[in-house]
Ligand binder design. Structure first.
Ligand code: C3B
Length: 800
């Protein structure tokens, strides 16, 4: 039985004080919040350790099939609250600390955000890490322990400035355990020759390689109140003692350390440097070597490794898992190519997270050959066999489009699809688009591989932890069963028309808005009216996500208010939170525009607090936990077809915001869950967008010239309305008019404005509004990542 079952307040106090003694040699009343956080975290680790070890041992002893989720990004945020909650000791610890004069929230604040991811993809991986142990599935993460996470964003004169995020203290991360015991060597560079053996087999002989030492750091992933503990393994690089002579200078050593230094802050376009390729191979090779070694301990035949091991390729970054497993099986375990291939393809599965073509990774074959020569050979052989298999069976055009090596480039998505047994999209529409359009040639070859797994969210973090006041109200109204079974939120359906309950939910929302307003006052000195609609768009800054459409609507409201000093609108506060990739020029211009527009509007007394704009600096997981519970309106306004799924849309819904959305990604499934009356949909659907693509008939200049109201809004970018944005304004104007508005903002503008006006009207009727908000909360349970991951576990990995 888990240790936590026997804990009492007294025991926790005693252990906590002991831990402070041991780690810092201080008494509780002398300790800083940092020290208390570390002591508590270490204590939690101690409590969990027996279950963690037991889980690990059981896998080998019971020969359980295990899935490994390979991802170049994980975005856990903070872990203290999640860990306490999942252990079922949150309240007990809170009370124990209170008794000795310590506020748990101060310890929570002291924890650093672990931001080893860019956005949705990384956060999804972390939601899955929470859900896997919760459903009792043996599913482990495998990634990189970056010394610097996603950059820290500062806004200076309205511009984004990127600072390094040195999240690791000199003592490392308190949640992790370094395991030199399980370190492995990874080889890069050099030459490889295939030398014929007496047996007739070819054996690779390496020359001039560089050997890296991969050292794992393990982090426990605790299931919700079920004693199950899984593992997230993050790899760090070291220089192996044995090969020290290969790295004689300090500069040589630094180059090696760089491999795990930074997370690339670009979540869509390929980072062209060889360092990224090395990161990918390093993570894949280290992970697979330990996985195969642990399978070998079971004493089962290598050709059947797929019966005990599943490896998931999260987006294409870990795609080298396919050739690397082939390398291990063929070169090290001496399997025949065909046997190795048969089992490898059964081990591997792949999730596609985007249809944006610039995000489909391709590597120059020359670079590939230089950095991972043996992998390059193996990929060449896989490609050759692929072509041979399909030659004469399908159109040559189909083979030309689907083969791995094309024009001297290695297509990582093609490798992932050919080398695995499953390809999934992340929302129904997204999967449809993969099948009909982006991957249609692959669908012709392998229809059986394709499936959909709509994303989900770890609801415990996004409700119980992020929104304690709403959680308390839910307990009062429907009982606390929803905390362990999120589908019980449906019980709220019985109260949608109950005016008292509506008022209660309204008050909770207002309190959460106050909490956010206090933060904005403290950090930016801006006073915000909490009776205003809090309208929020938080996500990475990307042209396709159309933050600019939101800006255009704000400009329109501003112009209306300036035109008519007596005009009364439903007051609004528009919030933005967004990081732009450092090299993404256009996105950075949009940030500048938002900040200057915010200055202009927030300092104009004649607007009488009817309009405010706030850009929240350094959007991250912790800030999301503050912002999302305070939102009245959730902006999900991407060009239809472009957002693969979205996950913040689900978090907002669960916290009682109304979604203002295009029919894109999972917005469609939110609409299906709540019904058309409880979501606000606008703009072109995917078919309308694709019709423009096929007809080539979109003409933004025509729309601009024939709609005076819209023209005035667009011209505001260049006519001096927004101060200090001469350059950025022209860049944006050009994108919209000279370059024909790639994301159709102009076409969707009028409908967007109309639906925003509808929202303003609707908000005046508090009861109706609250009833719709509650409808959203009640139906949000279907987006739990517990259910999503259960489908992965059953249908893709076969581990349940
Ligand atoms: C994102 C997509 O943009 C989102 O629509 C999706 O919800 C998430 O992945 C999770 O599936 N994504 C990302 O954050 N980074 C990429 N490189 C590709 C997709």
């Amino acid at each position: 039985m888990a240790i936590v079952m026997q804990l009492t307040k007294e025991k926790i106090i005693q252990d906590f004080k002991m831990q402070l003694h041991e780690d810092f040699m201080i008494q509780n009343d002398e300790a800083t919040a940092d020290e208390r956080f570390i002591a508590l975290a270490k204590l939690v680790k101690c409590y969990v350790m027996p279950d963690w070890l037991r889980g690990r041992d059981e896998i080998v002893k019971e020969q359980k099939k295990t899935a490994y989720y390979f991802s170049i990004e994980f975005l856990p945020g903070k872990m203290l609250q999640t860990n306490l909650l999942n252990l079922g000791i949150y309240d007990l610890v809170q009370e124990a600390l209170r008794e000795i004069g310590v506020d748990l929230m101060d310890l929570v604040d002291a924890e650093r955000d672990m931001a080893l991811g860019n956005g949705g993809l990384g956060r999804l991986a972390s939601c899955f890490m929470d859900s896997l142990p919760t459903i009792g599935a043996p599913g482990f993460g495998n990634g990189i322990r970056y010394k610097y996470g996603l950059f820290k964003q500062k806004i200076v004169n309205g511009y984004q400035v990127e600072l390094p995020d040195a999240w690791l203290s000199s003592d490392g991360n308190v949640w992790e355990t370094k395991k030199p015991h399980s370190a492995v060597d990874v080889k890069i560079y050099g030459n490889v020759y295939l030398v014929p053996q007496e047996s007739g087999d070819l054996k690779p002989v390496y020359e001039n390689v560089k050997t890296l030492r991969a050292v794992p750091y393990d982090m426990m992933q605790i299931g919700f109140k079920n004693d199950v503990v899984n593992n997230l393994r993050l790899w760090d690089v070291e220089i192996p003692e044995k090969y020290e002579l290969d790295y004689p200078t300090l500069a040589d050593r630094r180059r090696i350390e760089d491999i795990t230094s930074v997370l690339y802050p670009d979540d869509a376009t390929r980072e062209g440097q060889s360092l990224r390729l090395i990161q990918e191979y390093f993570m894949v090779s280290a992970g697979l070597q330990t996985i195969v070694a642990s399978y070998a301990k079971m004493g089962l035949p290598m050709a059947k490794i797929h019966e005990k091991i599943a490896v998931h390729i999260n987006d294409t970054h870990p795609a080298m898992a396919v050739p690397e497993l082939m390398r291990i099986l063929v070169d090290e375990y001496e399997l025949d190519w065909d046997d190795a291939w048969a089992t490898t393809t059964q081990v591997m599965s792949y999730t596609n997270h985007t249809i944006l073509s610039e995000a489909l990774e391709k590597w120059d074959a020359g670079l590939f050959k230089e950095i991972v020569p043996r992998i390059h050979q193996i990929v060449g052989e896989i490609d050759r066999q692929f072509v041979k298999t399909w030659a004469g069976k399908v159109d040559t055009a189909v083979i030309d489009h689907t083969r791995i090596i094309q024009n001297n480039q290695i297509h990582m998505a093609n490798l992932s699809i050919i080398g695995g047994h499953s390809v999934n999209g992340v929302a129904k529409l997204h999967t449809e688009l993969l099948i009909e359009d982006v991957l249609k040639d692959f669908y012709l070859l392998y229809p059986e591989k394709f499936n959909n797994k709509t994303n989900g969210i770890a609801q415990r973090r996004w409700s119980q932890i992020a929104n304690p006041s709403m959680s308390a109200l839910l307990d009062k109204q429907i009982g606390d069963g929803w905390r362990s079974n999120i589908h019980e939120l449906l019980k709220l359906e019985d109260f949608l028309e109950d005016a008292t309950v509506q008022l209660d939910f309204y008050q909770v929302k207002q309190a959460n808005k106050q909490r956010l307003a206090d933060y904005v006052k403290k950090t930016q000195g801006i006073d915000l009216p909490i009776h205003a609609i809090f309208d929020v768009q938080v996500k990475r800054l990307h042209a396709y996500k159309r933050q600019l459409l939101n800006v255009m609507h704000i400009i329109k409201l501003y112009q209306d208010l300036k035109d008519n000093a007596a005009l009364e609108i439903t007051p609004r506060v528009f919030f933005f939170g967004a990081k732009a990739a450092p090299g993404y020029h256009f996105a950075k211009s949009v940030i500048k525009i938002i900040n200057e527009l915010a200055n202009l509007i927030n300092n104009d007394a004649r607007l009488r607090d009817q309009l405010k704009v706030v850009f929240l600096e350094n959007y991250n997981v912790s800030l999301a936990e503050l912002i999302i519970p305070a939102a009245d309106v959730s902006e999900q306004i991407s060009t239809a077809g472009k957002e693969a799924s979205g996950t913040s849309n689900m978090k907002f819904m669960m916290n009682g915001a109304l979604t203002l959305a295009t029919l894109d990604g999972a917005n469609i499934e939110i609409k299906d869950a709540v019904g058309e009356d409880n979501i606000v949909i606008f703009g072109m659907d995917k078919d309308a967008v694709y019709a423009h693509y096929t007809r080539h008939d979109y003409n933004s200049r025509y729309i601009y010239e024939t709609n005076p109201r819209l023209k005035r809004v667009v011209d505001a970018f260049i006519d001096g309305t927004i101060p200090n944005t001469h350059y950025e304004g022209h860049e944006i104007w050009d994108a919209l008019i000279s370059y024909n508005d790639e994301y159709f903002l102009l076409e969707d503008f009028e409908d967007y404005v109309a639906k925003q006006a509808y929202i303003s009207e609707l908000y005046k009727d508090k009861n109706t509004w609250q009833s719709k908000a509650m409808k959203n909360i009640a139906n949000s349970g279907r987006f739990t990542s517990d259910d999503t991951i259960e489908l992965y576990a059953r249908e893709i990995w076969g581990i349940l």
